[in-house]
Design a protein. Structure first.
Length: 460
């Protein structure tokens, strides 16, 4: 049971004992840590009593259905009292029920493997394709290709497949067998082309890397459907059919990382459903239970599943993996009620509708402010890219994005930004409000951002 303590006591205990994520703690020698005490809807309150409109869904884009959902908390409490945990060697009732509900949202996919974080879900996908390479061959078809600016998690394996060099820096050496192809940001086309006058070279670049690595060695490609933390990069509609055709040509599995984009964030149940493609593996976390419990899933088609039981005489041929907290029944219960809320309140449709409104507002900021170079997004995953010079589109320094975010926070609005990810391109303001957002919340967010842009300019 939590014991009531003063704000000063909480701040001191935090300062003395907690190691915060993505934080230079030298700053906390003179500044108090930001500690959230309460949340309801889209509003959070810190330990001083100040309220904020949260346009980040919990800081890392997780609380899709908003704060204070008693029905989720009650579902979790009831389940934990009845049966809190049994490892994935067996099963639980909510684990079976949620898997059935989930695959009904994902045509052509049929098997759900539980774990507890997005990083771990992606690791499971990598282990599946690598084990298949050994079961069905000599292990040579094991390489995994990823895209520049995408992010797939914080473990060494997941970082090995992430195209954000500042997230990777100082954490090597990395796992072998990973290779990178180019990003899909039309605003900063790596080929110097313009959409409508190009051949979608950014997609065809996948084939170049497969050929360089050797097609016989490439097992899968892992992609965020929309690059999230790497700058809110929305591929054009022709992009994924090209990716899919290249994968089929070289017998490469397509792994889509929906950790951010899943569960309505992009105006569809899953980000890949905005495009003409069919993945073989889909991973998810964050909005899967909206932060009310730790849970993630690696979902595959039946073909992948069956390949692990095709030779039972080989004692090593099944998927020899386990995730301790994949067996936490509270996570499954939270996911069931989270999905029910999304359906009951039509939050996928709201994300699409309000997302269009948000993007129109951001395009207005782009047209108004010379230091906004681009506005892009899909559903309630949107952002603006900050620049120094409208003639050259030179990226603004990350300090400018930090100042914009700090200004908004002082005004009671929490916004996101690319954070120490891509050298010289940590210049995107990221907006990911809960899927319950309405026009009034969007107006407040964009008005405050407009005010920040009006008052703060990048250094020359």
């Amino acid at each position: 049971m939590l014991v009531s303590q003063s704000n000063d006591e909480i701040i001191q205990k935090d300062r003395n004992s907690v190691w915060h994520h993505l934080t230079q703690h030298k700053d906390l020698d003179v500044n108090d840590p930001f500690i959230v005490a309460e949340g309801k809807g889209m509003i959070v309150k810190d330990t001083t009593g100040k309220e904020y409109l949260d346009a980040t869904s919990g800081g890392v884009w997780s609380v899709n259905v908003g704060y204070g959902r008693e029905s989720i908390a009650n579902s979790v409490a009831d389940q934990l009292t009845k049966m809190c945990y049994y490892s994935g060697i067996g099963g639980t009732i909510p684990g079976a029920l949620f898997a059935d509900l989930l695959i009904k949202k994902m045509p052509e996919l049929s098997r759900v493997y539980y774990s507890n974080s997005g990083s771990e879900a992606n690791e499971k996908g990598y282990k599946m394709v690598r084990q298949l390479s050994h079961i069905e061959g000599n292990g040579s078809k094991h390489k995994i290709i990823y895209r520049h600016r995408d992010y797939h998690g914080t473990t060494i394996g997941a970082l090995s497949s992430s195209g954000q060099s500042e997230r990777r820096e100082d954490y090597g050496p990395f796992a072998p067998g990973f290779a990178e192809f180019c990003h899909a940001n039309c605003f900063r086309c790596p080929f110097g082309k313009k959409y409508g006058e190009c051949n979608i070279e950014c997609a065809h670049d996948l084939e170049r890397v497969i050929l360089e690595e050797g097609p016989e060695s490439v097992a899968s490609v892992v992609l965020e459907p929309i690059t999230a933390g790497g700058g809110i990069i929305v591929p054009v509609e022709e992009y994924y059919p090209i990716i899919q055709s290249i994968c089929k040509k070289y017998d490469v599995l397509l792994h889509i990382d929906e950790v951010v984009c899943g569960f309505g964030r992009t105006g569809e149940w899953f980000g890949y459903q905005n495009y003409d493609m069919q993945p073989d593996i889909v991973t998810m976390a964050k909005g899967l239970a909206s932060g009310y419990a730790a849970i993630s899933c690696t979902v595959t088609n039946e073909n992948i599943f069956n390949r692990f039981k095709s030779n039972p005489d080989n004692k090593m041929s099944y998927f020899r993996d386990i995730s301790t907290f994949g067996g936490c029944a509270g996570g499954h219960a939270a996911a069931i009620e989270n999905l029910a809320i999304i359906e009951r309140e039509n939050l996928v449709e709201n994300s699409q509708k309000i997302g269009e409104y948000l993007l129109d507002k951001l395009k207005g900021l782009r047209d108004k402010h010379e230091f906004v170079g681009d506005a892009r997004g899909k559903g309630l995953l949107a952002g603006i890219e900050l620049i120094k010079n409208s003639d050259t589109n030179e990226p603004a320094h990350e300090h400018y994005a930090i100042k914009i975010a700090n200004y908004c926070k002082k005004k009671g609005i929490l916004i996101g930004r690319t954070n120490r990810s891509i050298p010289a391109n940590n210049n995107t303001i990221c907006l990911t409000p809960a899927l319950i957002a309405g026009r009034s919340e969007i107006d407040t967010i964009v008005h405050t951002l407009d005010e920040a842009l009006e008052n703060i300019h990048p250094l020359p």
